[in-house]
Design a protein around this ligand. Structure first.
Ligand code: PLP
Length: 785
C-alpha cells in the first residue's frame, strides 16, 4: 500500500474505523507467515549475526512490558538502581563489567550497539576536546561497522578509516601513523575505535597492543593531544569471553575507556538490547541537566524499556559463564561444519575461519567472485571487497553460525551453494567480440535520451512473460556483445542521408530496437519484448532542437496512433518539459533522470525526479478551469538529494516529485486563466532546469498555452507557448505505422514513415523570439486521402 506500480510512494489514508478482530488477525497472520521461521531448512540468514532469542528472554520481556516500566537514566551509580527493573539493570551491567574485567564501570542498556557507539564516541569527543571548536578525529579500521561512521557524522568528528591490510584488522603501527597525520592536520583529540569481532569476519583487532601504544602517546602528548580508546565489541562481547577467555579485548587494558556490546546479537536477547559500558567517571562527560526541570541524565535517549533490562538480567543470570561457554563452543562446532560445507561446494574457494568467533568468510572462484543474486538474497549474503592473498581485492562473503543454525540448514545451504557455483561458472561463456559494422556511422548518432542504446536485456532474460522480466534486468550492451550496428540505407527523396541501426541488422525488428537516423532526426521502433515493457509507446521519434541539449520527442502506440509530443528544454540530464497528448498537457519542471548500475550486479535501475508536475486535462466545451488536486510532497525551498544512492536501488522505476498539480479546463473556455491564480497569491514554486529555483506558471490565452519561469531572486526567466490543441492537431496530421507485429515490417517502410513524420513536424519545431520566448506552431492538418 502506498506504493504505486509506477515506482512512486504516496501516503495511505489513516483508518477511520477499527478493523474487525478477524480482519486484524488475518492481516497480522499474513505478515507473520512472511517471516521465515528460524528452523526453515531452505533458508537461513547466514549473512547476519542473529539467533532466535532465548525463550526465557521473551517471556520475561513480555511480563515486564505489560507493567510499562521506564528505565530512563543511569542506574549504575552509587546508591542508584535500588528497585524494580532499575535494580535488574544495575545488576546486569555490573556483572557484565565483571565479565569484561573492569574494576569499576558505569553504563546503561541501549537500543543496540549503534546507540552505544554514538554514546561512546560522544563521551570520547567531549573528553578529548577542551573547547567546542577543537578538532577531534576518529581513527578506525576500514571494515569497522558503519555505526562508527554514523556516530562520527552525528557528532561532527573527522572520520579517518585506515585501509585494511592482508590481516583485515588494524595494526598498532597503522593507528599511530593515522594519529600522526590527524595531529598534523590540526586534531587535538583522537578517538580510536577498535573492533572486537568484525561483523564481516569475526576477527579481533590487536587491542592490547593498541591500548599500550595509545597510552604511551597520551602520556607523551599530555597537554597537547588527548586520546580516547573505544572498543566496539558488539559481536565479540558475547563470544570471546567464552571461546577465548585469555583474549584481552576489554577493560583488562588500562587504556580501554569504553565498550559497546550487543546482547541482541549473540547474547540471545530479542531486539532491541545493547549495552554501553564506560570506565567510572567518564559518563559525566555527557551529563546533561535539563534547563527546564533540572533533571540530570547521562544517557543518549530519554525513555528506555525496563523490560529489556529485566530480560537481559534473566539471560545473564539464567545462563552464567558455564552455560554461555557450553553454547559458544556449539557455535564454533557449527562454524566448522559450515566451513566444511562451503569447502565441498567450491573446493577452489579461499576460506578464512575466524579463530574464536562463529564466522567463516569465503571468496569463490567464480566470475568476479560473485554468487548469483538469488542465492545471495535467499541467504542474506552481503559481500565485501577485501584484500586477497594475491595482493589485490576480491569479494568475500561472510557466514554466521548462530545459536539457531541447524545441521539440515547447513546441508541445504551446501547444496544450494554447489548448484549456484556450477551454474555461474557455466554461464560465464566467453563473450562475443563486439565488431562494429561502421564505426564512422556511430559517430553520427546524436546523444540519446534512450537508455536502450547502452542497456539491453541479457540473452535468456528477454521473455516478457517470464517472471522477473523488468527494467532492472537490463545490463550493458557491452557485456552482452550486442552493441548497436549501423548501415547506410541511402538517400531519401528529401535528399537526407539515411542510416539504419540495430543490434542485429540481419533481423532488425527482432532484437530490442531498430532505428532510422538522419542529421535531423532519429526514429526508433521497439521490438515485441520492449514494446511490452515500454511506458512511453512503441515508436519514438526524436529530433534535437536548435538550443544545445534541447530535444523534441514524439511517440506512437504500437497501433500507430499518436501518443504524445514532448519538448524538452535544459540540457544533459535535467529538463523542463511540455508533453502534449490529445486529451491533456503535462508540464514538468526540473525533471532529472538518471540510470545507475547497481553495485555487485550487472543490472541497471533508473530514477526520475521531477520538481513539479502540472497536468491540464482538456475537456470539450467551455468549462472554466478548476484545480482538482494539489499535492505537496517535499519543499523546493530546501536543497535535497535528487536520487537515491547507487546502493539503494532495487527496482525500476523510482520516481519522486516535490509537488503535483492537476487542473481540468474546457478547451473552448474563452477567458484567459493562469495556474498561479489558484494558489495563495505568492505563485507556484519549482526548481526549473532553465532558471533554477523559480516562480513558475502555466497560462492559457487565445488558444495558446504558455509555460514560464522566473528565477528567485528575480533574474533569469523563460517562457514557451504552444497551441492548446497541439496534441489533437498532430494526431490528425501525422502518418501512422502499425508496429504491433514488428517482425513483419520492412526497413523501407520504416524509413518512409520516418521521413513522412519529419515532413509534418518540421513546421512545428519551436522557434525562439527576441523576448526569449519559444513558440511552437501547429502543423497543417493532413490532407484528406
Ligand atoms: C551489529 C554491530 C553494530 C551495530 O549494532 P546494532 O545493534 O545493529 O545497532 C556495531 N558494531 C558491530 C561490530 C556490530 O557487529
Amino acid at each position: 500500500m502506498g506504493d504505486l506500480d509506477n515506482g512512486w510512494t504516496v501516503s495511505d489514508a489513516f483508518p477511520e474505523h477499527p478493523l474487525t478482530a478477524d480482519e486484524l488477525e488475518t492481516r497480522l497472520s499474513a505478515a507473520r507467515a512472511e517471516t521465515t521461521p528460524w528452523d526453515d531448512p531452505g533458508q537461513t540468514r547466514l549473512g547476519f549475526a542473529m539467533a532466535a532469542p532465548a525463550p526465557s528472554a521473551v517471556r520475561v520481556w513480555s511480563d515486564f512490558l505489560a507493567a510499562n516500566t521506564n528505565n530512563v537514566g543511569v542506574h549504575t551509580g552509587f546508591g542508584a538502581g535500588a528497585a524494580g527493573t532499575r535494580r535488574l539493570e544495575r545488576e546486569a551491567l555490573l556483572s557484565l563489567a565483571g565479565l569484561y574485567h573492569a574494576d569499576s564501570a558505569e553504563g546503561h542498556v541501549t537500543s543496540g550497539a549503534t546507540e552505544a557507539v554514538i554514546q561512546g564516541l560522544r563521551i570520547g569527543r567531549n573528553a578529548t576536546r577542551d573547547s567546542p571548536h577543537a578538532r577531534v578525529a576518529v581513527i578506525t579500521g576500514e571494515f569497522a561497522h558503519h555505526s562508527v561512521a554514523k556516530a562520527a557524522e552525528i557528532l561532527g568528528l573527522d572520520y579517518r578509516p585506515v585501509p585494511a591490510d592482508q590481516a583485515w584488522t588494524l595494526s598498532a603501527e597503522a593507528v599511530e601513523r593515522a594519529a600522526d597525520e590527524a595531529v598534523r592536520d590540526g586534531a587535538t583529540g583522537i578517538v580510536v575505535v577498535a573492533t572486537a569481532g568484525y561483523y564481516n569476519s569475526g576477527l579481533c583487532d590487536p587491542i592490547a597492543e593498541m591500548s599500550l601504544r595509545i597510552r604511551e602517546r597520551a602520556a607523551r602528548d599530555a597537554g597537547r593531544v588527548r586520546y580516547f580508546f573505544y572498543v566496539d565489541a558488539a559481536h565479540g562481547g558475547f563470544v570471546f569471553p567464552f571461546t577465548a577467555p585469555d583474549l584481552a579485548f576489554d577493560f583488562r587494558n588500562p587504556g580501554v575507556h569504553a565498550m559497546a556490546v550487543d546482547p541482541h546479537k549473540s547474547g540471545l536477547l530479542p531486539y532491541s538490547c545493547g549495552v554501553l559500558l564506560a570506565r567510572r567517571g567518564l559518563l559525566q562527560h555527557v551529563t546533561a541537566v535539563s534547563p527546564v526541570t533540572g533533571v540530570v541524565d547521562d544517557t543518549l535517549i530519554g525513555s528506555r524499556p525496563g523490560a529489556a533490562a529485566a530480560a537481559l538480567w534473566a539471560v545473564l543470570f539464567g545462563h552464567g559463564r558455564s552455560r554461555f561457554t557450553e553454547l559458544a563452543h556449539t557455535w564454533l562446532a557449527k562454524r566448522d561444519a559450515l566451513a566444511e560445507a562451503i569447502r565441498s561446494a567450491d573446493p577452489r574457494c579461499v576460506l578464512r575461519v575466524a579463530p574464536h568467533a562463529p564466522v567463516v568468510t569465503a571468496s569463490f572462484d567464480v566470475p568476479q567472485g560473485r554468487l548469483p543474486q538469488e542465492l545471495a538474497q535467499r541467504y542474506r549474503l552481503v559481500p565485501i571487497l577485501a584484500p586477497a592473498a594475491d595482493g589485490g581485492r576480491r569479494l568475500h562473503y561472510h557466514f554466521y553460525a548462530g545459536q539457531s543454525l541447524t545441521p539440515a540448514q547447513i546441508a541445504g545451504f551446501g547444496e544450494a551453494l554447489a548448484r549456484a557455483v556450477t551454474e555461474v561458472r557455466a554461464e560465464a561463456a566467453p563473450r562475443r567480440p563486439s565488431a562494429d559494422d561502421s564505426d564512422a556511422a556511430r559517430d553520427l548518432l546524436p546523444p540519446t535520451a534512450c537508455f536502450r542504446h547502452f542497456a539491453a536485456h541479457p540473452p535468456g532474460r528477454r521473455d516478457p512473460d517470464a517472471p522477473g522480466y523488468s527494467f532492472h534486468t537490463f545490463t550493458t550492451r557491452r557485456s552482452t556483445g550486442e552493441e548497436l550496428r549501423h548501415r547506410p540505407w541511402g538517400v531519401a527523396p528529401s535528399g537526407r542521408q539515411v542510416t539504419l541501426f540495430a543490434p542485429d541488422l540481419a533481423r532488425p525488428f527482432a532484437n530490442e530496437l531498430f532505428g532510422v537516423h538522419t542529421d535531423v532526426y532519429t526514429a526508433e521502433i521497439l521490438d515485441r519484448h520492449q514494446q511490452k515493457l515500454s511506458l512511453v509507446g512503441a515508436v519514438h521519434f526524436c529530433f534535437p532542437l536548435a538550443e544545445p541539449g534541447c530535444q523534441a520527442l514524439l511517440n506512437f502506440e504500437s497501433t500507430g496512433a499518436f501518443r504524445s509530443v514532448e519538448y524538452k528544454f535544459g540540457g544533459r540530464s535535467e529538463f523542463d518539459e511540455i508533453q502534449c497528448f490529445t486529451d491533456r498537457t503535462v508540464v514538468k519542471f526540473g525533471k532529472n533522470a538518471t540510470g545507475v548500475r547497481r553495485p555487485h550486479s550487472d543490472a541497471y535501475s533508473f530514477s526520475v525526479d521531477t520538481s513539479l508536475e502540472c497536468v491540464v486535462l482538456w475537456q470539450n466545451g467551455d468549462a472554466a478551469p478548476r484545480l482538482t488536486s494539489h499535492r505537496h510532497y517535499s519543499d523546493v525551498l530546501l536543497p535535497r538529494r535528487r536520487h537515491l544512492n547507487r546502493e539503494q536501488y532495487s527496482r525500476f522505476p523510482n520516481r519522486f516529485f516535490d509537488g503535483e498539480l492537476e487542473l481540468r479546463a474546457g478547451r473552448g473556455h474563452s477567458r484567459p486563466w493562469r495556474l498561479s491564480q489558484f494558489g495563495s497569491g505568492d505563485g507556484v514554486l519549482a526548481r526549473s532546469a532553465l532558471t533554477g529555483l523559480s516562480a513558475v506558471d502555466v497560462e492559457a490565452r487565445d488558444g495558446q498555452l504558455s509555460v514560464s519561469g522566473r528565477s528567485l531572486p528575480a533574474g533569469r526567466s523563460f517562457a514557451l507557448s504552444l497551441p492548446v490543441d497541439l496534441g489533437c492537431r498532430l494526431s490528425e496530421a501525422l502518418p501512422a505505422l502499425d508496429v504491433s507485429r514488428p517482425e513483419e515490417l520492412t526497413t523501407d517502410a520504416a524509413v518512409q514513415f520516418a521521413e513522412a513524420v519529419y515532413t509534418v513536424m518540421g513546421p512545428s519545431l519551436p522557434v525562439r523570439d527576441a523576448q526569449d520566448m519559444w513558440h511552437v506552431s501547429a502543423p497543417p492538418a493532413r490532407p484528406a486521402g
